[in-house]
Design a protein around this ligand. Structure first.
Ligand code: GLU
Length: 261
């Protein structure tokens, strides 16, 4: 059995570009599908934690700001406006399948401050015990540089480590990690399995992500390193078909699997 087939507790991270259109507005079809599939996965007996991006683009379009706000106060205002819209949508769709959700907003200081970390861990554990789906994002309103995760790839790996999850799945706008950038070489081959993060892997992961998200491949590799250090497996799969989540949980080969052996 593969790690993901056996996984009881999984963290799933979805990026802004998978949840929003170029306009910054919510991609309703995508979010509905995601909520349906995650509800089904939860019904099958697994614990699900969702790490979601999208607050900034959704809030920017809601407040009539530029698609990608540049100043910190505008980003924070956009996040505040977008976060409640996102949670409203998640709450509504998960409720259709009789699942309760809870919002957790984190900043990086939970890593260094034992007391904050303990509170966060207790909150996750209690919510999971009560059958809720914790939905996590960065607390962008108070996240100044010193306490920022900056990207949700890192945040999701920290969440996987805090909650001792068995697996982290990054839903991305790319199929996985490629030997070369597929934008430069359309014949570039995907790497199906990574068992060690070495300089070669780090070097092919350079480069930035899409217009709406903040992560690129480099932040995903950093996330894999955090996962490896806490015994969690990770996968990168394409979010264009959320059904692929079923494939990976059935042990099929999709995307890139990061598994320490
Ligand atoms: N916290 C940001 C947002 O909700 C996302 C950061 C990221 O995409 O990595 O918009």
């Amino acid at each position: 059995m593969s790690v993901f087939e056996k996984a009881r507790r999984i963290v799933i991270k979805v990026g802004s570009s998978s949840l929003t259109y170029d306009t910054g507005m919510v991609n309703i079809r995508q979010i509905e599908k995601l909520c349906k599939i995650l509800s089904d996965i939860k019904n099958s007996g697994r614990q699900v934690i969702l790490v979601t991006s999208g607050a900034i683009p959704v809030g920017a379009s809601k407040l009539g700001l530029a698609a990608k706000p540049t100043t910190m106060p505008e980003k924070q205002a956009a996040a505040a406006a977008g976060q409640c819209e996102l949670m409203y949508i998640y709450d509504k769709h998960f409720l259709e399948y009789h699942h309760k959700v809870a919002q957790i907003l984190l900043t990086r200081d939970i890593i260094e401050k034992d007391e904050l970390r303990t509170h966060a861990v207790n909150t996750f554990e209690t919510l999971l015990k009560l059958g809720a789906i914790p939905i996590v994002n960065e607390n962008d309103t108070i996240a100044v540089d010193e306490i920022r995760f900056g990207d949700n790839d890192t945040l999701s790996a920290i969440v996987a480590s805090l909650t001792k999850a068995d697996g982290l799945i990054l839903l991305s706008d790319i199929d996985g990690l490629f030997e070369e950038n597929p934008k430069d070489n359309p014949d570039a081959k995907i790497i199906p399995l990574v068992t060690e993060i070495d300089d070669h892997i780090r070097s092919i992961a350079g480069g930035a992500g899409s217009n709406r998200g903040t992560g690129g491949m480099a932040t995903k590799i950093a996330a894999a390193e955090i996962c490896f250090s806490c015994g969690c497996s990770m996968a990168i799969i394409n979010s264009s078909r959320f059904e692929t989540l079923y494939d990976i949980l059935e042990g099929k080969q999709v995307g890139t699997l990061f598994e320490r052996r």
